[in-house]
Design a protein around this ligand. Sequence first.
Ligand SMILES: Nc1ncnc2c1ncn2[C@@H]1O[C@H](COP(=O)(O)OP(=O)(O)OP(=O)(O)O)[C@@H](O)[C@H]1O
Length: 263
Amino acid sequence: MAPILEFRSVSKVFFKGDTRIHALRNVSTEVEQGELLAIVGPSGCGKSTLLNLAAGLMEPGLGEVYYDGKPISGVNSHVSYVTQRDNLLPWRTVEDNVLLPFELKTRSRMPVGERKERAQKYIDVVGLKGFEKHYPAELSGGMRKRAQLARSLVYEPDTLLMDEPFGALDAQLRLVLQAELLKTWEGSGKTLIFVTHDLTEAISLADRVIVMSTRPGRIRIIERIELPRPRDVFSIRFLPEFGQYFERLWASLKEDMHQGADV
Ligand SMILES: Nc1ncnc2c1ncn2[C@@H]1O[C@H](COP(=O)(O)OP(=O)(O)OP(=O)(O)O)[C@@H](O)[C@H]1O
């Protein structure tokens, strides 16, 4: 199958005053349509930068990023992006936050009634039924994440980018949301790129895991996770094969810890 997203020899340098920050160096990889790809790596290795490039929010210094065979130029309207930060609008209810993408997409011709139906569908999918009229300040951290997820799904994007979406949540809630995410993704045919610090989360969810090296971010290894689907995130970690994946990937991540990186 043709790749939906391609990074071709991508490098990215940021400037802070006189300092050059080499965020990415010579990153090449392809993401297949319908794949769930997890990216792990030490803090500052360029994981969010990769997502920003895929979303068309920034351009590479060197190299190219292609979506569906075409170079990305400007905001990539085929993707939806759940950022690390909670960016729900505090003055809007859950429902109005979820409806926001329709207002931002100027080409959306969907009638208001249909938009509302779609919003309700995804509010139900993420388990927020009954909280439509609540404001973000009235929700727990987990519920706010659910609302962000509903907002990113409402436009039914081909590709979903998620940057440590469950990072700030407690371990139990993370598992619940991972399970729900898999349920939503499995069989959808959508591409999902998921950045996380948590190796167990990456192996539990992904078809492939990319381990990045410390700055400047490069791809250290790519591992295909051949665990069966549908997956049960609560029990999959106890499979012997899971342990083998964990050991191999951890050995790679650990090399950066020895260099003092914050994994
Ligand atoms: N707009 C920017 N201006 C200057 N430096 C930046 C900018 N964006 C990212 N950087 C730097 O580039 C490097 C890579 O950042 P990035 O956010 O992609 O890393 P990350 O792997 O996602 O980190 P974390 O896991 O901590 O979120 C970091 O050193 C960061 O400080």
